[in-house]
Design a protein around this ligand. Structure first.
Ligand code: ATP
Ligand code: LTN
Length: 334
């Protein structure tokens, strides 16, 4: 963090809404780790976002700390990047309120995630779930972020953040940096092992649909062995072969081999052998992460030192943006 002015700013966050999956890791976290050398990166565990669906307090506390430790274990480095817990930096909730007043009901009503989640949690369609994108906009805009690495599912929210920033700047003059999406070229989209037309999601109730980065080796093996495939027995990328395409994608992301190389390697072999090989490659990939995680999670003091150190700096940076925005609106400075 020597020359934060010179490097472009990247912001991203992940919700501690459950266990972190292989999809989160291959599609997002692994890329964040790589970005740390070239950008001024700011990452957060988005705990405020997570309470838009009901959380059991004990489990929630555990999920937040586990997510923090796991991201460190994946290679998020607090010497290079800021990495904090969202609720520890109060400017996020404050700017979110302000931005709520610059976000239209109609815009929020069009968000597909809101529509999906309100169907899924029909008994708890709360105002926070509806206003979720203005909190996400606050996260991003507070740090004058240039780029936001997000998966396809979050593009609509990012587009809204851009609109909010442009609208505010239009009324009050240049206040917020308008962020661009950062679409990684190497990011894998990992699909569910049980329904490979759907993305692998940590909130999927079917535990066999996802593999967690912290799953034990025999669990990983079992889940891959149960993965849905097709009735052919050819390890190759093809139409109507969503399950095998997904397994090839995972194998390729983990080993760096191309799909052609994988096809060649498994010529004449059955799906059973291939599934075992994919499971073994994944087990190998997550092993060092799990070992580091076990160390970090035992050391609560070290974790606290890291998230506090980052939160303190994040507060200073974000407070400047919040103050600027509030001053422009007409609030009286403290
Ligand atoms: P939820 O089920 O609670 O919606 P999720 O598993 O879909 O959670 P998010 O917290 O929404 O995960 O996403 C965290 C990051 O991981 C995002 O950048 C998202 O694009 C990425 N991601 C999530 N699932 C996948 C996947 N299956 N493949 C690739 N990237 C993914
Ligand atoms: N909504 C995102 C998590 C998230 C985020 C952000 C991502 C919260 N704030 C800011 C990028 C930028 C999700 O569910 N994946």
């Amino acid at each position: 963090m020597d020359t934060p002015e010179k490097k472009k700013v990247i912001f991203s966050a992940i919700q501690p809404s459950g266990t972190i999956t292989l999809g989160n890791y291959l599609g997002a976290l692994r890329n964040w780790v790589k970005l740390q050398d070239d950008y001024n990166c700011i990452f957060a565990v988005a705990d405020l976002h997570a309470i838009t669906v009901r959380q059991e307090p004990k489990k929630f506390r555990e999920n937040i700390l586990n997510a923090y430790a796991l991201l460190l274990a994946c290679g998020i480095d607090t010497e290079k990047s800021l990495f904090f817990i969202q609720s520890h930096v109060h400017t996020h909730a404050e700017l979110a309120w302000v931005l709520n007043c610059y976000t239209q009901f109609g815009e929020l009503s069009r968000m597909t995630q809101f529509k999906d989640k309100s169907l899924k949690h029909a008994d708890n369609v709360n105002a926070g779930l509806f206003a979720y994108p203005s909190l996400m906009a606050a996260d991003i805009l507070l740090y004058r972020s240039d780029m936001v690495p997000v998966g396809a599912d979050q593009k609509q929210h990012l587009e809204l953040a851009r609109n909010i920033a442009e609208r505010f700047n239009g009324v009050y003059g240049n206040t917020f940096t308008v962020p661009d999406p950062y679409i990684s070229t190497v990011g894998a989209r990992v699909m569910s092992l049980q329904d490979p037309t759907k993305k692998m999601s940590k909130s999927d109730e079917n535990v066999n649909a996802w593999v967690a980065v912290l799953d034990k080796p025999d669990t990983i093996m079992k889940k891959f062995k149960r993965a849905v495939t097709d009735s052919e027995a050819e390890v190759r990328v093809g139409e109507g072969k969503d399950g095998i395409n997904n397994l090839i994608g995972i194998m390729s992301a983990v080993t760096g081999k191309t799909s052609d190389e994988i096809t060649e390697e498994f010529e004449g072999k059955g799906y059973g052998d291939f599934k075992t090989a994919v499971a073994e490659a994944v087990i190998e990939e997550v092993k060092p992460i799990q070992e580091r995680f076990d160390d970090y999670i035992k050391n609560k003091d070290y974790l606290a030192e890291q998230y506090r150190k980052s939160a303190e700096i994040a507060l200073k940076i974000s407070q400047r943006t919040l103050d600027k925005a509030m001053k422009k609106i007409g609030f009286i400075a403290k």
